[in-house]
Design a protein around this ligand. Structure first.
Ligand SMILES: Cc1ncc(COP(=O)(O)O)c(C=O)c1O
Length: 346
């Protein structure tokens, strides 16, 4: 006997996990971030003086005030313009729900982080794509444009100077950026911008699920708070305590700076190795922790790398050519050395 059917939109959701792409014994795993946690985070978690009371109450829907202030300083916005969310994913979901109505169009990057398309479809939105690398399209009234910078999966950076303002909202997903903790170097967001950020990803603690949504638009922030009340309510207070502790620790800036330096040198190392290979090429990455590799003459880069002992995430995850493959550069140095050696021999 069959029960009621699940909704069409939920049945249409496409989901990949790392387990969808297993790593055979002896192969190098470059699917995602395998770098060790930050020492600062280890210390903060070891010294966490948590109480049951902290978990016995809901916190403010928009987040704990000191964390909103710290994140606001980082993004160049005030605490009132920041809402703390359960990871960057919830921030993205809230941004799409509050910026668009069913039937509206979202203009999203392709290749792109899978959440852009999947969450947009769940929200009843129509999705158009633009190519990355490539020019960023304009955004008219009744449209929403998503810009991911540094872009997952290519590492391409988009700045405000690359973008024409338009009548509609622009969601800036900067989840892969490594801003200075004390002040953000970018131009302040405008009334039509929504910034989505994964704070826990920056702090190499994605498991604590802390992100944020920020915007100078008071109307947008009000709507986000109202909707969030019925979704996750408040983000975990314990997780917010950890995020604030790490973010305000005296050692965090130096440690994040060192991590950025290492990831940048890994990216350069792998890009140089690809440029020396005869069979492979990659999109020129500016920042972040990803490289998108393809093969000369339409060959399958994923299959080539798999046979050579490197496992990444195939392009299908990012809604693009199955024969491309994303490599994550946030790995221990020995893994990058071994991968570079393999890449340059292809
Ligand atoms: C571009 C982008 N946005 C948002 C997210 C979601 O971040 P979180 O893990 O904090 O939910 C990710 C995760 O990988 C991402 O790559």
């Amino acid at each position: 006997m069959s029960g009621p059917a699940v909704s069409d939109r939920c049945r249409s959701v496409v989901t990949w996990t790392y387990d969808s792409f297993p790593v055979p014994d002896g192969s190098l795993d470059l699917r995602g971030d395998n770098s060790p946690p930050l020492e600062t985070a280890r210390l903060v978690l070891a010294g966490l003086n948590a109480t049951a009371e902290q978990a016995a109450f809901y916190g403010p829907v928009a987040g704990e005030q000191p964390l909103r202030e710290a994140v606001g300083r980082m993004l160049g916005l005030s605490a009132a313009q920041v809402v703390i969310t359960a990871g960057g994913s919830e921030a993205l979901h809230l941004a799409l729900l509050c910026a668009a109505d069913p039937g509206d169009t979202v203009i999203a990057p392709r290749p792109g982080f899978p959440g852009f398309d999947q969450l947009a479809v769940l929200a009843g939105l129509h999705v158009d794509h633009y190519d990355v690398p490539g020019p960023i399209p304009g955004v008219g009234h009744g449209q929403v444009r998503v810009i991911c910078s540094p872009h997952n999966p290519t590492g391409v950076l988009v700045g405000r100077q690359d973008v024409r303002p338009g009548g509609g909202w622009t969601i800036w997903d900067v989840s892969h950026s490594a801003p200075l903790i004390t002040s953000h170097p970018g131009a302040p967001a405008t009334e039509r911008d929504i910034v989505v950020f994964s704070l826990s990803k920056l702090l190499r603690l994605p498991g604590i699920r802390i992100g944020c949504l920020a915007s100078p638009s008071a109307a947008l922030i009000k709507a986000v708070e109202a909707v969030k009340t019925h979704m996750s309510m408040s983000a975990s207070q314990l997780s917010q305590q950890v995020a604030l502790g790490v973010l305000t620790s005296p050692t965090i800036q130096a440690e994040l700076g060192a991590r950025k330096h290492q990831v940048d040198s890994h990216r350069l190392r792998l890009q140089t190795a690809v440029s020396r290979s005869t069979a492979l090429r990659c999109v020129e990455a500016d920042a972040g922790t990803h490289l998108l590799i393809s093969a000369e003459r339409e060959a399958d880069a994923g299959a080539t790398l798999r046979a050579a002992g490197i496992i990444g995430l195939p392009g299908v995850v990012f809604g693009t050519d199955q024969s491309t493959v994303r490599l994550c550069t946030a790995q221990p140095a020995v893994v990058i050395d071994a991968a570079a050696h393999i890449l340059e021999q292809q």
